[in-house]
Design a protein around this ligand. Structure first.
Ligand code: FMN
Length: 253
């Protein structure tokens, strides 16, 4: 088994690693941006694919990855896992449907509620205590999923049904589809930037360069919020105008 994940603020990384620690403790989960992510799929027959829900959809970076690896999916058993701040409808189903087109066998889906990662919006922001409780509940859910898989070979089927498809579509995706239809060119870097380069080194897309002591964003932002959550100056924003809270999984443990 192998695990491939996209994670901006660490929620999804935590969830996939926790699950794999239970069901496949000797196998590893690696970031989607790793050079050998495609090679891992080629040599394993079972893959856990995990990513954060974005506007009740899978991030474009994940769609792009699935498409780029289209020759590798035939006959692979894939478990689709998504994390979300509140609601994803069929967040797991979005990748499952595309993977099926390329011949993958979908063995299950899981949708795990985690703290919200949109650092520059007040919407969905919770107290530290509430976020710690959310992580605890997520951990318990993952432990249950893991036990079901190990003891009975039973994978959950969250987000894969027709009803979930309708919920995701009408709940959000139809109205916000444009936001995830490609990479974003909306990343903004404010005047407080000191050119330290943390954002550039963190970006999974290589979308940020530092020139003459100032970071500059290109048009291939995956909206993961990693740079925004790490900038010491809180100089980076995307959907909102100012950083409300830098969201990092480590803060909730
Ligand atoms: C651009 C963007 C859009 C999001 N859209 C949703 C959404 O539609 N529904 C939801 O429940 N959470 C949404 N979230 C929250 C994340 O899915 C959630 O916090 C996730 O656990 C972040 O995982 P990560 O830390 O691995 O990146 C969104 C986050 C971002 C950055």
């Amino acid at each position: 088994m192998t695990g491939i994940y996209m994670s901006g603020t660490g929620n999804t990384e935590h969830c996939i690693k926790k699950l794999m620690g239970i069901i496949a403790p000797h196998d590893e989960a690696i970031p989607i941006e790793s050079e050998d992510a495609a090679d891992k799929i080629a040599v394993h027959d079972t893959v856990i694919l995990a990513y954060p829900t974005q506007f009740s959809n899978m991030p474009y970076m994940v769609r792009d990855f699935i498409r780029n690896c289209h020759l590798l999916w035939a006959g692979k058993k894939v478990f689709c896992m998504t994390t979300m701040g509140a609601f994803s409808g069929d967040g797991a189903g979005c990748s499952a449907r595309l993977l099926k087109k390329y011949g993958a066998i979908i063995i299950g889906g899981a949708q795990i509620k985690m703290p919200d990662s949109v650092c520059d919006s007040k919407l969905l922001k919770k107290s530290l205590e509430d976020n710690m409780r959310i992580v605890k509940e997520a951990d318990e859910k993952i432990e249950n999923i893991g036990r079901g898989i190990v003891r009975e070979g039973k994978y959950p089927q969250e987000g894969l049904s027709f009803v979930s498809h309708l919920a995701g579509l009408f709940g959000q995706r139809l109205w916000f589809y444009g936001k995830t239809a490609g990479y974003s060119d909306k990343l903004k870097i404010g005047s407080s930037c000191t050119g330290c380069g943390i954002c550039s080194r963190s970006c999974p897309m290589g979308n940020i360069t530092v020139t003459a002591g100032k970071a500059e964003a290109g048009d291939r932002c995956a909206m993961c919020y990693r740079c925004i959550s790490r900038c010491p100056q809180k100089a980076v924003t995307l959907l909102g105008k100012e950083v409300v809270e830098q969201c990092r999984f480590e803060r909730y443990c």
